[in-house]
Structures are given as C-alpha cells and as structure tokens.
Design a protein around this ligand. Structure first.
Ligand code: ZN
Length: 70
C-alpha cells in the first residue's frame, strides 16, 4: 500500500489519535534508520508519552480511505 507522505505517526496511548511526529522517513529509511525512543505529545489530548521504534507508522491511502468512509 503506497504511503501518502514520509511523515511518521504514532497512536496516542491515551486517546488513540494518530499523532504526527514531525519525523520524516521513507519506508526503507524507517527500517534502515529508525528514529528510536522519543517523547511525543498528542495534539488532541495533550498527553506526552515515550514511543519506540515499533510505534511509528506511515499514513497510507487505505488508512485515509477508512477514515473517510466511517
Ligand atoms: Zn491523545
């Protein structure tokens, strides 16, 4: 599934919002050079938490489509 852009997102542990991280990686770059642990603040609920390499994901066309169709 093609990604929309290179920005990485994490899912907020508190509210489930897909929080933009401001970190950019290609799909290959995410594997080759993962961002590591970061403190990220959710833009919706303001909860700050630590996220690791397993938490990052790209938005995909499929993902946006599902949001629109809800
Ligand atoms: Zn949140």
């Amino acid at each position: 599934m093609p990604i929309i852009d290179e920005e990485l997102f994490v899912r907020c542990r508190n509210c489930g919002w897909e929080a933009a991280t401001g970190i950019r990686r290609t799909e290959e770059g995410l594997t080759a050079d993962p961002p590591g642990e970061r403190r990220i603040t959710c833009h919706r609920c303001g909860t700050e938490a630590t996220y690791g390499n397993a938490d990052y994901f790209h938005r995909t066309v499929q993902w946006d489509r599902e949001r629109v169709d809800v």
